[in-house]
Design a protein around this ligand. Structure first.
Ligand SMILES: O=C(O)CCC(=O)C(=O)O
Length: 291
């Protein structure tokens, strides 16, 4: 197994280049080092790590092996640091360049893999494996993996099968609260395509296609592994049904400078955090993870 291909950038003047777009199309992902600078990262940490109103929204989902995957997720970007990041040119504008047209915010998740085995694994899956079931007709969707902590093999870094987005959508089934792709198909694909461990530092970023096969192991190390994952859908791919993620909602982009300039750490109005206890479309406690 080898490491993923890496691009570098100037975080204060980020442009999604044609070479980056080509890598996304060829490999199903593009890995960019130093995408967020120190100030942007500090502002993000102040929101998700230091704000009780934020941390109190984190809930756990079984990984089927005695551990929990802890997370929180919300529908709309809002006006706090996480929201301005999700609406920034470098994030939303880049998603538009990769998907080839207007996008809207599908949701953002904060994945909290806590240390010493408290953070469970995410089994092999494609995001479109289950977004498909939400009435999204085309795989015109992507996510960004934005680490807040170092991501290493020891604490459950992202793993991808390079080029697997070209296999199309694979069948998925519910497995202890997570969606897992068909095992036989997975083994055949693994035998033909490179399996990569994507070790990343805080501020790095990976844009990935919704049909890219990915997973991560449990965090058995002493260090936490928190990652922000904003996801986008193309405006032209408005879902055919109302579900627990938004249908087309115009996204108001902001300049990149808004990420570092934001001083709103407490007003989360408009985000609509998913509440696993009351959300009727999402029965997390009954081992049905909202996808
Ligand atoms: O947090 C991770 O390592 C993986 C998360 C993931 O696979 C997902 O959100 O689809």
């Amino acid at each position: 197994m080898s490491a993923a291909k890496v691009f570098t950038c100037d975080p204060k003047n980020f442009k999604m280049t044609d070479e980056m777009k080509q890598a996304y199309e060829d490999d199903g992902y593009v890995f960019i080092k130093g995408f967020l600078d120190t100030e942007e990262l500090q502002n993000l940490r102040k929101t998700v790590e230091d704000t009780e109103q934020f941390k109190s929204r984190i809930y756990g989902v079984s990984d089927g092996e005695g551990r929990e995957s802890r997370l929180t997720q919300w529908k709309h970007p809002g006006n706090d640091v996480t929201g301005l990041l999700a609406r920034s040119e470098k994030v939303a504008g880049s998603a538009e360049k990769l998907l080839g047209g207007e996008v809207y915010h599908y949701h953002t998740k904060l994945m909290c893999k806590d240390p010493r085995g408290l953070g469970g694994k995410h089994i092999w899956h494609q995001d479109y494996g289950y977004w498909y079931k939400n009435g999204c007709l085309f795989p015109d969707m992507l996510s960004l993996f934005l680490p807040i902590d170092p991501c290493r093999k020891e604490n459950g870094c992202l793993q991808v099968i390079e080029g697997s987005h070209k296999c199309g959508r694979i069948d998925h089934e519910l497995y202890h609260g997570q969606q897992r792709c068909n095992e036989e198909r997975l083994q055949e694909i693994k035998a033909r395509l490179p399996h990569k461990f994507v070790e990343m530092d805080p501020g790095d970023c990976l844009f990935f296609h919704c049909n890219l096969l990915h997973c991560s192991d449990a965090n058995l190390s002493e260090t936490k592994r928190w990652v922000l994952i904003p996801a986008y859908n193309k405006a032209s791919n408005n879902p055919t049904k109302i579900h627990h993620h938004p249908c087309y909602t115009p996204l108001h982009k902001v300049p990149d400078s808004a990420i570092r300039e934001c001083r709103n750490y407490t007003d989360f109005s408009g985000k609509e955090f998913l509440d696993p206890k009351t959300d009727k479309t999402a029965d997390v406690m009954a081992d049905k993870t909202p996808a």
